[in-house]
Design a protein around this ligand. Structure first.
Ligand SMILES: [Zn+2]
Length: 98
């Protein structure tokens, strides 16, 4: 496996905005800790960035996070799915949704 960020696959390219590059909170595989802050990925900054990028498309965020979840399971093996779901998918749901 190479370590290209998954968001560069499947059409999830980030828009070029002309803003200066900021350190991007991306996962360090196969440990799935953040390369920038060292927290369990997705860290709070990564979640905020992902939500900000796709604020009009929460479903797109969930689909993107599902691809990360698949890679996480590939790297770490099967484990408690509820925990992984909370970590990767649950927070992508729009606020107020059931
Ligand atoms: Zn981070």
């Amino acid at each position: 496996m190479n370590e290209r960020p998954l968001h560069t696959f499947r059409g999830f390219n980030m828009k070029v905005t002309g803003e200066p590059p900021r350190p991007t909170h991306v996962p360090q595989r196969p440990a799935w800790t953040c390369r920038v802050c060292g927290d369990e990925w997705p860290c709070n900054a990564a979640r905020e960035n992902l939500l900000a990028e796709k604020q009009d498309d929460p479903t797109g965020t969930a689909v993107l996070m599902w691809t990360y979840l698949e890679s996480f399971i590939f790297d770490q093996g099967p484990g408690p799915l509820g925990d992984a779901f909370e970590r990767f998918i649950a927070w992508t749901r729009p606020r107020g949704a059931a």
